[in-house]
Design a protein. Structure first.
Length: 424
């Protein structure tokens, strides 16, 4: 491949072996956490009671001493001891895997990123945050057994990195900030708004935490494979491992195309985003086919089509935009910008890309219609037009953050207005 560097056979086998050990270590750690706290016998008014203690020092009685409570106590102590012994053994195996990873140069994830991911996993952010931006490329590369896209100037330990975190709720946003500060105390806020927090550390690394409740859609258990969170162990240059849960590759491609279509960046930056989108598309096709199939596209609001349909086979409304980010090249005669995909010149979106963007915009419509109905009782004096205008202004303010084209925003707001009126 020209965009990615394949791991050699020895490094590939080592990554496979290391991920098995890492997965077992994760399970063992979870079992130890389930046995957190303890159990003690306490005498009160001449009788012994079994007391369960928690990590937060809370205590509750499980009843007086009896064959039943003695069995509970014995089983808990045995289960906790076994879990701790297993975790200790796997820690030793993980330390050995780390050294082998480093010797064989299995990974190239920056050490700071791995520390951040370790802290995020430790405090339980796997199901409420996603890594986006160029750091997500490291996850796709790890799963595909290739090295990250060096030609694009991808992150390395010698260069300041930019970590972008999407948080599903305000609590996750605060916990993500705590994880960043635990990884590097020199991170300080450089810009803060209601939905965005930008930070920078003493070495020049930057981080961005975006509050986006719509990513909760991706964590639904019935979502197609191609749009589920992308979770994979990463290997740092030091050999240490940590799990990254990133946006799915298809979403990265859509976001990159959206960034490439922005008018407030330089042509060189736009070209770089377009090149990265193309590189990930090629990686999906050659190494990650499961993340390009299994689409279950909505056919009506609130209903889902059969999972066997591919994205290009879905019936999409004719009024849905075909080119959300039109680009015109200047000159004596106007020229349209196109992309060379699989030997064909494509202007606008491919059928698959358009289907994927339709799915994303459809979900936004569903969420926004429900949001309008939740807000209506809070503002009983507002007319429907005022409420919809207020929601529309909010959507337009987040257009860049959500990587939406102007035509897509207009389509979404038209659909919201239509379906809100139908349900009112």
């Amino acid at each position: 491949m020209t965009d990615w560097i394949e791991l050699n056979d020895q490094a590939s086998r080592q990554y496979a072996d290391a991920t098995i050990v890492f997965a077992e270590w994760e399970k063992a750690r979870a079992r130890v956490q389930e046995c957190s706290g303890g159990m003690i016998w306490r005498t009160s008014k001449g009788r012994e009671y079994l007391i369960q203690t928690g990590k937060d020092n809370r205590q509750r009685s499980l009843g007086p001493r009896s064959p039943h409570t003695e069995a509970i106590y014995t089983a808990f102590i045995s289960r906790k001891r076994q879990a701790q012994e297993t975790l200790g053994r796997l820690r030793h195996e993980m330390a050995l895997a780390d050294r082998q990873n480093r010797a064989l140069q299995v990974g190239d994830a920056p050490a700071l990123l791995v520390r951040i991911l370790t802290n995020m996993e430790r405090i339980g952010l796997r199901d409420s945050t996603l890594i986006a931006g160029d750091c997500a490329l490291l996850a796709y590369a790890a799963q595909a057994r290739v090295k990250s896209w060096l030609a694009a100037g991808q992150v390395h330990d010698c260069e300041p990195i930019h970590v972008q975190i999407l948080a599903a709720d305000a609590r996750a946003k605060d916990m993500a900030l705590a994880a960043l500060l635990a990884a590097d105390k020199t991170f300080i806020a450089s810009q803060a708004t209601e939905g965005r927090l930008n930070l920078k550390n003493a070495q020049g690394a930057t981080a961005e935490i975006l509050y986006d409740g719509l990513i909760q859609i991706l964590f639904k258990p019935d979502m197609p494979m191609a749009v589920r969170p992308f979770s994979v162990p990463l290997v740092a240059t030091s050999g240490r491992m940590a799990r990254m849960t990133a946006i799915p590759p298809s979403m990265y491609v859509l976001r990159a195309h959206g960034l490439a279509g922005r008018t407030d960046i330089s042509p060189a930056e736009a070209l770089q985003h377009a090149q990265r989108a193309l590189a990930v598309r090629r990686l999906i096709k050659s190494h990650l086919p499961d993340w390009n199939d299994g689409w279950a596209m909505p056919t009506k609001f609130g209903k889902t089509g059969p999972a066997t349909q591919g994205p290009s086979m879905i019936e999409i409304p004719e009024d849905f935009p075909r080119d959300p980010f039109p680009t015109v090249v200047g000159g004596t005669q106007p020229k349209l910008a196109g992309r060379l995909i699989d030997g064909r010149l494509v202007i606008g979106l491919t059928a698959d890309e358009r289907a994927q963007r339709y799915a994303m915009c459809h979900d936004l419509v569903v969420q926004l219609v429900a949001y309008c109905h939740r807000k209506q009782p809070q503002y009983p004096k507002w007319s429907a037009d005022r409420l919809l205008t207020w929601v529309g202004n909010g959507v337009r303010a987040k257009r860049t953050q959500w990587a939406l084209g102007e035509a897509e925003v207009n389509w979404i707001l038209d659909q919201v207005r239509s379906h809100y009126a139908a349900r009112s």
